[in-house]
Design a protein around this ligand. Structure first.
Ligand code: GLC
Length: 572
């Protein structure tokens, strides 16, 4: 039988370093703070930590613009403090993976500084340079994708901001230098990497122009105001068209193979997870990435049984083409998108919000019981919500400050309207400091210090760790319990997935089975009480391993599920 690797059994927890825990009281998270919270994470029951970038950076894209790949941002601490954190995590049995940004560096990285200094320096070809502004490509964050540099009299390419120049991965010296940075961390003992934006690494060599009749600000504006289905379909088509020559180009597979072989120089099943949903980047199951994210699962306004069934059917079929052992990776939130609690809540789609917590619980039960490795995002466990920062001067996501500026200056939108729209599209709303206590600044930093992003005031309404630790019925305790249930029932990790009762619209039901255990998962996504008849499954009895919003189990012929019930049972 397949020997399951640690990253297949683990539940990952994403730490956003700037917002997680502030150990030195300067309003910015750091390694001292992260180290202090290792026991909290261990008690929560997660097995692996993914750190968003912790490297030195001018922070134009909150660390995704790296200026030194072999060090720690001074505001986060020192390499020594990083090592203390890593050792502390390992000592508690938790693995740690880092974010690795391959596509681009910061414009302040010494490689770029040298590259831009002349046309014939040793790193002249390390980035993507052209003689004249060649086409209408856009940066997905802020306007034209080409920026002029007087020193060379040439333009460089950047898929993201102009402070994030794209590396030229056709140059073998670039590969060598980056793989050395990868080795630097592997030698220190990190367990793998989340690979940032791998689809953006190569561009169409013909530099074919896009055919959308507007620029990026125009398209964002059109996306905001599109109302009719025809307009919305047009918006989607324009987004695809605008970037199609800048994404998913040939060469990525070869590069992933090369990187895989670097990891394979080291012991201990080091892993790679790609920020992409294309399962072909898993190669033959062994020679490229360990996993890619199942992002399609979260591309919806509302999680419904029908949506999940369709998603699983498609993903499982796609993975099977990679290899019988290709592994899935499920998530419902990260630092780039609206928080799970807000995004999939009933209030967001016009409901009254009474069941938002029930839905958050159902969605956690879902990611922890589907086949594949779950990724959770920090703060999710206490039900942190999006916070629309009302003052545009407090926004830190450059994508949003750029958009605010364009709305006001170019598109003449009223500043108060522009502020609302910028706050809503900004990723700051889902990156606010973690809410540790009902105290000034939510206990993240001292009362007199201004945190790097405003704290969500709802920390005073029970959305904080300290109060939820004391409250047996809290979301935090629910997370702990569910994580425990997953650990205690091997079928939830190793078992295959078989949907049952597929004709039912209100609840999702599926079996997870190994040769020695079969677990039934029933998730009632509706406001109705439902009596389910399970006799067709061919089992005689069921032992409840977890139940929420459920009458106690009576018989296989009649399982009463109250609204939003979660019932997980071992069948025999
Ligand atoms: C990825 C990151 C995002 C970042 C971008 C550019 O999508 O998740 O936060 O802005 O890459 O590096």
């Amino acid at each position: 039988m397949n020997q399951f690797k640690w990253w297949q059994k683990a539940v990952f927890y994403q730490i956003y370093p700037r917002s997680f825990a502030d150990g030195n009281g300067d309003g910015i998270g750091d390694f001292k703070g992260m180290t202090q919270k290792l026991d909290y994470l261990n008690d929560l029951g997660v097995d692996a930590l993914w750190l968003s970038p912790h490297y030195p950076s001018p922070m134009v894209d909150c660390g995704y613009d790296i200026s030194d790949y072999e060090n720690v941002a001074p505001e986060y601490g020192t390499l020594e403090e990083f090592k203390t954190f890593l050792d502390g995590a390992h000592a508690r049995g938790m693995h740690v993976i880092l974010d690795m940004v391959l596509n681009h560096t910061s414009n302040e990285h010494c490689w770029f500084q040298e590259s831009k200094s002349s046309r014939d320096n040793p790193k002249a070809d390390w980035y993507v340079w052209v003689d004249s502004s060649p086409n209408n490509w856009q940066s997905c964050f802020d306007g034209p994708a080409w920026t002029y540099t007087p020193e060379r009299g040439q333009y460089y390419y950047h898929y993201f901001m102009k402070q994030q120049p794209d590396l030229n991965w056709h140059n073998p010296d670039v590969r060598k230098a980056m793989w050395n940075a990868v080795r630097f961390w592997l030698e220190m003992g990190v367990d793998g990497f989340r690979l940032d934006a791998i689809g953006t690494i190569y561009e169409d060599p013909e530099l074919t122009a896009h055919t959308v009749p507007m620029d990026l600000a125009g398209l964002r504006h059109f996306s905001d105001i599109a109302e009719t289905p025809a307009e919305k379909a047009q918006v989607e088509q324009y987004w695809r068209e605008m970037f199609k020559n800048q994404l998913g180009q040939p060469g990525i597979h070869e590069l992933m193979k090369e990187l895989r072989s670097v990891l394979d120089e080291y012991e201990g099943d080091r892993m790679l997870v790609g920020e992409d949903d294309d399962v072909t980047y898993q190669g033959n199951g062994e020679d490229e990435l360990s996993m890619v994210f199942n992002f399609p699962l979260m591309r919806t306004d509302l999680i419904t049984p029908e949506w999940v069934r369709k998603n699983q059917q498609e993903r499982i079929a796609a993975l099977a083409k990679v290899s019988p052992e290709a592994w899935a990776c499920n998530t419902l939130g990260n630092h780039d998108c609206s928080r799970l609690y807000t995004r999939f809540s009933a209030s967001r789609i016009g409901g009254n919000g009474i069941h938002d917590t029930d839905l958050a619980r159902l969605n956690l039960a879902l990611v922890l019981t589907l086949r594949g490795t779950p990724f959770l995002y920090n703060g999710e466990e206490i039900g942190m919500t999006d916070y629309l920062i009302p003052d545009p001067s407090r926004l830190r996501d450059t994508m949003a400050t750029w958009y605010y500026d364009r709305l006001v200056k170019q598109l003449k939108v009223d500043p108060s309207q522009a502020a609302l729209r910028a706050a809503a599209m900004s990723r700051d709303k889902n990156r606010t400091p973690l809410q540790w206590r009902n105290a000034p600044n939510a206990g993240f930093c001292p009362a007199e210090v201004l945190p790097w992003l405003p704290v969500n005031p709802n920390h005073a309404e029970g959305i904080n760790v300290q109060e939820q630790e004391k409250e047996p019925a809290s979301l935090l305790q629910f997370y702990r319990h569910m994580l425990q249930v997953r650990k205690e029932n091997p079928a939830l990790v190793e078992g295959n997935y078989r949907p049952v009762h597929e004709q039912v619209g209100e609840y999702l039901a599926f079996l997870r089975s190994t040769p020695s255990q079969t677990i039934l998962v029933m998730l009632n996504y509706s406001e109705r009480c439902i009596a389910a008849d399970l006799t067709d499954l061919g089992f005689r009895s069921a032992r409840t391993v977890f139940a929420a919003n459920c009458s106690s189990f009576q018989s296989i012929a009649k399982m009463d599920m109250e609204p939003f019930c979660i019932w997980i049972a071992e069948l025999s």
